[in-house]
Design a protein around this ligand. Structure first.
Ligand SMILES: C[S@@+](CC[C@H](N)C(=O)[O-])C[C@H]1O[C@@H](n2cnc3c(N)ncnc32)[C@H](O)[C@@H]1O
Length: 216
C-alpha cells in the first residue's frame, strides 16, 4: 500500500476530471452554482490556483480573470492543464503547497479546490497563514471541498483516524493499485469554525455534496 499523494494524483491525472462529470443532477447544479459565483469573484483579478490539478476551475475562472498562475506538485496534472484553452494570461509553477515559492502580496484571489480535505488538520492554520501572506490588501481566498457522498464509498475504504483527528482512507486506481490518503470531511459547523480561526468568512455554502467558502 502506498502513501504517496503526489504519485496517486499523478497517476490519476488523465482520468481525474471524471469527478466533475458524474451523472447526478444535484452535483451538477451545485458545481455550476459555485462556478457562477467564482467567475464573479475573480473578474479582472490576478489569481493563484493551487493546487490547480487539471485546471477545471482555472478554465472557468479564465473567462473573467485578468491572469491565473496554476501551481501543482504533479507535472502530470500541470500537463493536463496545459491542454486546455484559457481566456486570460496563464503561468504554470511546479511547487509543493507546503513550500510556496511566491512573493508576498501578489494575488487578488487564491483558489483552493479540493485540497483542505487532504491537508493534515493540525497543519491547516499554518497553510492558511502562508496563503494569506500572498494576498494583496482586500484579497480573498476561495475554497471548495467535498461533503461525504455515499456514492464515493466504492472507491475509498476507511482505514482509521490518527490522534490529530485525520481520517485515512484506502483509494484504488483503475489498475488495482492501492494508496492511503487523508480525506477529512467537515460538518457545516466545523467548516465555520475551521475558517473563522484564520479568516473573516464572507460567504459559506454547504450543499449536499460540496461546501465552499470565500474568506479574507
Ligand atoms: C483533489 S486534487 C484537486 C485539484 C484541483 N484543485 C481541483 O479542484 O480539481 C489535488 C491536487 O493536489 C496535488 N498535490 C498533491 N500533493 C501536493 C502538494 N504537496 N503540493 C501541491 N499540490 C499537491 C495533486 O497533484 C492534485 O492535482
Amino acid at each position: 500500500m502506498k502513501h504517496n499523494m503526489k504519485e496517486y494524483y499523478s497517476r490519476r491525472a488523465p482520468d481525474y476530471e471524471k469527478i466533475y462529470y458524474r451523472d447526478d443532477e444535484v452535483r451538477r447544479k451545485e458545481i455550476d452554482g459555485v462556478a457562477e459565483s467564482l467567475k464573479e469573484l475573480v473578474t479582472e483579478k490576478d489569481v493563484l490556483d493551487i493546487p490547480a490539478g487539471t485546471g477545471y476551475w482555472m478554465e472557468i475562472m479564465s473567462q473573467k480573470a485578468s491572469s491565473i498562475v496554476a501551481s501543482d506538485l504533479s507535472i502530470e496534472m500541470l500537463n493536463e492543464t496545459k491542454k486546455k484553452r484559457f481566456n486570460c494570461q496563464t503561468d504554470y509553477v511546479l511547487a509543493n503547497i507546503n513550500q510556496l515559492p511566491f512573493a508576498k502580496n501578489c494575488f487578488d484571489i487564491i483558489a483552493v479546490g479540493f485540497w483542505v480535505s487532504h491537508h493534515p488538520l493540525q497543519d491547516l492554520p499554518e497553510l492558511f497563514s502562508n496563503l494569506k501572506k500572498l494576498l494583496r490588501p482586500n484579497g480573498k481566498i476561495w475554497f471548495i471541498d467535498n461533503n461525504p457522498p455515499p456514492a464515493e464509498f466504492h472507491i475509498e475504504k476507511l482505514i482509521g483516524k490518527d490522534e490529530q483527528g485525520n481520517v485515512y482512507k484506502k483509494r484504488f486506481l483503475d489498475d488495482g493499485q492501492e494508496y492511503t490518503i487523508i480525506k477529512n470531511y467537515f460538518t457545516e459547523k466545523e467548516v465555520k469554525n475551521l475558517f473563522s480561526i484564520s479568516f473573516k468568512i464572507e460567504s459559506l455554502t454547504y450543499g449536499k455534496y460540496y461546501w465552499s467558502v470565500v474568506a479574507g
